[in-house]
Design a protein around this ligand. Structure first.
Ligand SMILES: *Cc1c(COP(=O)(O)O)cnc(C)c1O
Length: 464
């Protein structure tokens, strides 16, 4: 072991890469990767040495090892979502059931009958793998799957309302985090948004007054991530459908999350289902595949046959179509819906959403002493907390849950220490994502499935 205290004592990139302790890595991953990592390590060492620090040559070898491990780590990877928000858009929304994961792997591995009719021995349609399920589960005549619900709305408007008017209530001109704003989507679809009513009150007569020969359809948007309370009035599906149909216009409802089952049966608050909206008179509904449905990212358009057929013929449908992995996963998830009695047990999104607070509390009691042992100097307690569904679904309802609450007793402004702790948890092999609130870091355990894996992961925790 030698001490390096001036830049000229640093080894060359070549010598470092060919150090005997790195030979196994070199064989496994090749010279280009090791060279890139060695350059990085040497550049950092140079800065340290110039700043007057001494560097051990063994440290350089170790740093290359660490740097290689970092470089090999995929950018997109699994994390523990302990934020309390179940369908967290930034954390990938719905977890998939094992059957869907297996279905993805099966079609990913080789050729598949994606657009091939095995019975007839000729070209088939990729939508055939899911359309029957969707018809049965929504009561729609036809259904079409696209990339996501934003694409479903865009494609529907572009197909049915190009250069024509679409009245929407002012109370429903939503923005869904990021870049999805209804007025912008309308413009990009080539449709002219006509705002009717006021923010808090819209009547059927407001829609009546807005209809003219340039009107293409009436639209209802589920105000998925907010609620207007107080002196309010909205036009329900049934009433709006009557107005639309009296003028020979279709009613399109963007359900946002939507659901294929009545969540009240599972003890959750009500969320409009696709079949309810269609039964109430909507001619088309659009909704997401990875929100309450609990599947892969997808958008579903379902409703009247000739409208869906027209949308499917739009050349833009090709640009927005789902890939085979999505279709494989979606079909596997929809299959679970055909056995409603066991759905909540088999579909992870619903399993998490319906988890009993007492079961979460019991998990917290098992984990608290283990986490406490890894976090000396910190206080780990168990607290009741409230989580949420997420992805805009059921925005004002909360899910009673339990969390590990980690705080720093006796420290008046723990902000920086808590940020550092949050960072340490994010740096674990399986990053743990919690939430900082009320001078504590909260780990809501609702979405934790594998306690053993969580505990094993903690052995790498290094608290700064
Ligand atoms: C979430 C949502 C969308 C966008 O759906 P994605 O699947 O995220 O593209 C559109 N409309 C409403 C009402 C939503 O809640």
């Amino acid at each position: 072991m030698s001490v390096i205290d001036t830049p000229d004592k640093l080894p060359s990139v070549d010598r470092l890469v060919n150090h005997s302790s790195l030979s196994a890595l070199l064989v496994e991953h090749g010279a280009p990767l090791l060279t890139r990592c060695a350059r990085e390590v040497l550049a950092q060492a140079r800065v340290s040495v110039l700043a007057g620090q001494r560097v051990e040559s063994d440290e350089l070898v170790e740093s290359v090892d660490t740097e290689v491990a970092r470089a090999l780590r995929p950018s997109l990877r699994r994390v523990f979502n302990l934020t309390g928000t179940v369908l967290h858009t930034n954390l990938g929304r719905a977890p998939l059931p094992e059957s869907a994961i297996a279905a993805i792997a099966a079609v990913a591995r080789g050729a598949s009958n994606l657009e091939f009719d095995l019975e007839a021995g000729k070209r088939g349609d990729r939508q055939d793998h899911v359309e029957d399920y969707l018809r049965r589960l929504t009561g729609a005549e036809r259904a079409l799957v696209v990339n996501n619900n934003a694409a479903a709305v865009l494609l529907t408007l572009n197909s049915l309302a190009l250069r024509r008017q679409v009245p929407v209530s002012r109370g429903e001109l939503i923005e869904i985090g990021g870049a999805f704003r209804m007025p912008d989507i309308m413009a990009r679809a080539g449709s002219k948004l006509v705002e009717v009513g006021t923010t808090n009150r819209t009547r059927a007569s407001d829609f009546e007054a807005a209809i003219n020969p340039r009107t293409a359809l009436l639209m209802k948007v589920h105000t998925s991530n907010y609620q207007i309370r107080g002196f309010t009035q909205q036009v329900g599906e049934q009433e709006l459908a009557a107005v639309a149909h009296a003028h020979d216009l279709p009613l399109v409802t963007d359900l946002g999350s939507g659901s294929l089952v009545d969540l009240e049966n599972l003890g959750l608050p009500h969320e409009p289902t696709a079949s309810e909206a269609l039964l109430a008179g909507a001619d088309l509904v659009t909704f997401s595949g990875d929100k309450l449905l609990g599947g892969p990212q997808a958008g579903i358009i379902a409703g009247r046959g000739e409208l869906v057929a027209k949308i499917a013929r739009n050349p833009m449908a090709r640009a927005l179509r789902p890939d085979k992995l999505t279709l494989a996963a979606l079909a596997a998830v929809l299959r679970l819906y055909e056995d409603p009695a066991r759905l909540a047990a088999r579909l992870p999104a619903l399993r998490w959403l319906t988890r009993e607070p007492a079961a979460i509390e019991a998990m917290a009691e098992r984990l608290a002493p283990i986490v406490q042992a890894r976090c000396s100097g910190l206080r780990v307690g168990i607290e009741a907390t409230r989580g949420q569904v997420g992805s805009g679904a059921l925005p004002v309802d909360s899910l009673d849950s339990f969390a590990l609450k980690i705080d720093l007793p006796g420290i008046r402004r723990p902000g920086k220490r808590l940020q550092a702790l949050a960072r340490s948890l994010r740096e674990l092999p399986l990053p743990v994502i919690g939430r900082i609130a009320d001078d504590a870091l909260w780990l809501d355990l609702r979405c934790l499935d594998d306690e053993a894996e969580f505990i094993d992961n903690l052995q790498y925790l290094e608290i700064a």
